[in-house]
Design a protein around this ligand. Structure first.
Ligand code: RIB
Ligand code: CA
Length: 315
């Protein structure tokens, strides 16, 4: 795990921010770069939020790139009701001094993968627009991708529609490009992330850690997830994106099964739905590893350990 270079593509977003804190605070993950995409909030905010979190974590060594400001085909759909108008509802961080890289995030992904001395892992936390655009522009980069670990999709129940998960609903065409590329993928869908819920007890444990980072995390998580709690009847805010980082850190926290995953891109009723077919797995060179179960207490232990031991950057 330690020397595997990782590029995180994200749309911060509250749970993206927690995921970035977990990744950037880990001494064992090599985060090569962060690319940002429009999703939870517009790109102007996702790129700013990513830079703010890098500075919060003291990670001025991690370059942040701005990618696509809208999906491949559809108009952008955002989620301010969930993440707030800034995308980081609950906290106010200083204006970032970490510069946004001048190079476009898609161009960076292509260049980084073309020049990669070793296979790179992509961790995607938002709509797949950047990754799909890179694959379309330069399919050869797939040879340099070790695997894509994605937060997205829904096997049994969606969140933004009854059948579709937000990331794939926002850009179903990009998701189809990525899932059809044949690249090794692990899909952490709502079916596992809805098992990782920030209950009032867990939120209290995070706040009780008492470090500056644990306060930031608790302030982010307190308002987060109200809509999921009300609309989906969940017992707490689901930690969607941190599950991707937890998988990179401790894959044994999850069980998976192989399946063909097909993304609906035509039906207005089921746009973005992931149709998961384990019976077709044997016919595929690289079936998708679909996460099935998760050790939620183990996820929270990883997060709490990170928040307890990682110093926040000097104000
Ligand atoms: O459906 C949840 C996913 O959509 C998470 O990645 C969240 O941040 C939003 O991007
Ligand atoms: Ca996200």
């Amino acid at each position: 795990m330690t020397d595997r270079p990782i590029i995180i593509d994200c749309d911060p977003g509250v749970d993206d921010a927690i995921a970035l804190m977990l990744a950037l605070g880990s001494p064992v993950l090599t985060i090569q770069a962060i690319t940002t995409v429009a999703g939870n909030v517009p790109l102007s905010l996702t790129q700013r939020n990513a830079r703010q979190i890098c500075e919060l974590m003291g990670r001025f060594d991690v370059p942040v790139y701005g990618g696509c400001p809208r999906p491949l085909v559809r108009a952008l759909v955002t989620a301010e009701a969930v993440h707030g108008h800034t995308g980081l509802n609950g906290i106010t961080l200083p204006e970032p001094t970490l510069p946004l890289q001048r190079q476009h995030g898609v161009s960076y992904l292509i260049e980084a993968l073309q020049q990669a001395p070793a296979p790179v892992t992509l961790a995607t936390l938002g709509p797949l627009t950047n990754v799909a655009a890179a694959i379309i522009q330069c399919p050869q980069i797939l040879d340099a991708v070790a695997e894509i670990v994605i937060m997205g999709g829904a096997v049994t129940r969606g969140n933004i529609t009854p059948v579709a998960e937000f990331n794939l609903y926002v850009d179903p065409h990009a998701a189809r490009v990525v899932f059809e590329s044949g690249v090794p993928m692990t899909m952490l869908s709502l079916d596992v992330t809805h098992q990782v819920l920030t209950t009032p007890e867990r939120l209290g444990q995070i706040r009780a850690i008492g470090t500056p980072l644990s306060q930031v995390a608790a302030d982010l998580l307190t308002p987060y997830g109200a809509s999921d709690r009300q609309q989906l009847g969940l017992m707490g805010a689901p930690l969607h994106d941190p599950c991707v980082i937890a998988y990179l850190l401790q894959p044994e926290l999850f069980t998976t099964y192989d399946a063909q995953v097909t993304v609906e891109t035509d039906s207005p009723l089921t746009l973005g739905q992931t149709v998961v077919n384990p019976q077709r797995a044997a016919a595929l060179a690289h079936p998708v590893q679909v996460a099935d179960t998760v050790n939620a207490p183990g996820i929270y232990q990883l997060l709490q350990d990170c928040l307890a031991t990682t110093p926040a950057a000097a104000p």
